[in-house]
Design a protein around this ligand. Sequence first.
Ligand code: FES
Ligand SMILES: [Fe+2]
Length: 449
Amino acid sequence: MQTLAPLRPVPAAEVDPTDVGQLVREDRVHARVYTDPAIFDMEMERIFERAWIFMAHESQIPNAGDFLTSRIGRHPVIVVRDGKRQVHVLYNRCPHRGAILCREAEGNVHHFACPYHGWSFRTNGDITGIPFRSAYPESFLKDENLSMAHVARVENYRGFIFASVAEQGPSLVEFIGPLKDGLDNLLDRSPTGEIDVSAGVHQYAYKGNWKMQMENGLDEYHPPFSHASTVKPDGQQVQRSYGAKGGFKVLTGSDPNQENARSHYDHGEVHGARHGQAYLTIPDATRRSELDDPEYRRLLVERHGQEKALALIESSNMSNAVFYPSVIMRVTGNMHIRVVRPISVGLTEVLVWPIQIKGVADGINQGIVRYANVHVSVSSFVQTDDLEIFERVYEGLQAGKPDWVMLARGMGQDWDGPYPDEKVGLATWETGMRAQFRYWKEQMTEDRR
Ligand code: FES
Ligand SMILES: [Fe+2]
């Protein structure tokens, strides 16, 4: 990957730089919110270190000793299943002199050994070996700080493991609000109520701010333009040469007919609730792909009864569940978990794990992986459009003027949703992004120390 070229700083804004609250208005946010390294630092502390951050699905670490490395904001962490099958989230840092203990993305270990001076730790984080220990006073060897530190809170909701470095705050279920139903809804789509997330990962980075991907997961305004090659009737992702008439469409697009001021993409809804939690509900048959299979339908009817099974299939409720601040889950079609990891103000990493449904024919799961490959992989026909756009936005914002990024679409027209403080709009409205920024402003301006 190319390194990020130095960009000139955004000129001093007209707002008071010490008052971050002024950077967010109801209908717009200041460009500095996406480009200022000082604001990024504050976000790591006030957004990521207060929130519940998705770590893993249980199926990624099924056996004793299985682990994967992750991050909570700037904290490197290890998610690991110990010998008693309990899951821990440990800071990935040696208690001796500070070295990162584990560099691998995932694997299986009996214990963690530090490469610097050889201290070793059980999979529950306990210190188990100190080379040449006789030079240490006995009292020192009893110090509990010699073991790996545990992240303050870990919660597992039906196999989805989240962690928070904040000692206190809302529980996971309180924090994710309506998206708890999104997780239930996702699991209900399995005839056994279970999924598997061990099919592999797509991992890449873009030169842009992390919020761009989190907003884009709720943005149904952009597909006819950013994804024209996919969704227009003459869209052809694969052509032998530029402008050629031949070629073929890899994905089937949606109905391109526009109704004057209203887009086809308004046939769904976008919801924004407390804590920045938001979701899209897109009743779009093209997203179901291999899930539109008679045997799969029969199995769902067997589990849930006709009415609920049909509602699940037809409504596509919470088709994109966007867990602020770090995950997008796609629960229909190319089902996947997409984790957004901020690296710096202008560099963001994305990890996509395709979801496999337990208890269905292999062909259905192969179809989900195939769909994820052409939709959200680094060589896909859709997400690559978005990554290019994120980089264009980040570059464009360096212009400095105009000062603001506009989020007014549908403002004043959105209506109350079924959950507390929830607002609902047509799918192309910026209702979900406004909910994200309500929470952002609240956290960024609230001192807790
Ligand atoms: S820093 Fe890990 S053993 Fe010394
Ligand atoms: Fe997109």
